[in-house]
Design a protein around this ligand. Structure first.
Ligand code: GLY
Length: 187
């Protein structure tokens, strides 16, 4: 990711870094992401371009490999900040993203074992590029024991992530506590 940053913008580098982590089944994002308490995976992601003061996010999306890529499309192709659920999935497919199953044998086994939630493995990245421009991004599968449809801090700009011309922030931890503190935006 560091080499990538040498020749790419902060926003491209953040998307690249988060995609790599979404593709790694060790993390609770993208492939291998946690399911909610009804056994359905619904993922949240957000990306912010601090220099352009733009942000895009998706919440409760499934059936795509990289939620961060869809969040980037929301930022670049729409006048909105956040698109949710089936409509986010449809938006992704309409914009050329392929269908993808992010549930794995391991994620099912992990979900079956979890009784008390551990909020593990939300991923995030912050980058500053050669022009001094800052971006931040974040992606998660949420919690195994949450109510279906629960959305935490991740897709809320200023909740789990934030960037402006001076600073970039990406948080991990208990989404409700992060949201109530408006943690990333409190910089
Ligand atoms: N911080 C990730 C979540 O609570 O969903």
């Amino acid at each position: 990711a560091y080499d990538f940053l040498k020749s790419h913008s902060a926003v491209d580098s953040v998307e690249f870094a988060v995609r790599m982590m979404e593709d790694n089944t060790l993390f609770n994002a993208g492939t291998g992401a946690m399911m909610q308490s009804d056994g359905i995976q619904r993922m949240d992601a957000c990306i912010i371009d601090g220099y352009r003061n733009k942000g895009g996010a998706v919440a409760q999306i499934s059936g795509v490999k990289n939620p961060i890529e869809v969040a980037r499309m929301v930022m670049e192709k729409t006048q909105h900040c956040l698109i949710v659920g089936e409509e986010a999935q449809k938006f992704a497919y309409l914009n050329g993203i392929g269908r993808y199953v992010t549930v794995t044998k391991e994620s099912i086994e992990r979900w079956l074992k979890i009784k008390e939630d551990t909020h593990y493995g939300t991923v995030g990245a912050v980058a500053i590029d050669m022009d001094g421009k800052i971006a931040a991004g974040i992606s998660t599968g949420g919690w195994a024991t949450s109510l279906p449809g629960r959305v935490g801090d991740v897709p809320i700009i200023g909740g789990g992530t934030y960037a402006n011309e001076q600073v970039g922030v990406s948080c991990t931890g208990h989404g409700e506590k992060i949201s109530k503190a408006i943690l990333a935006g409190a910089v």
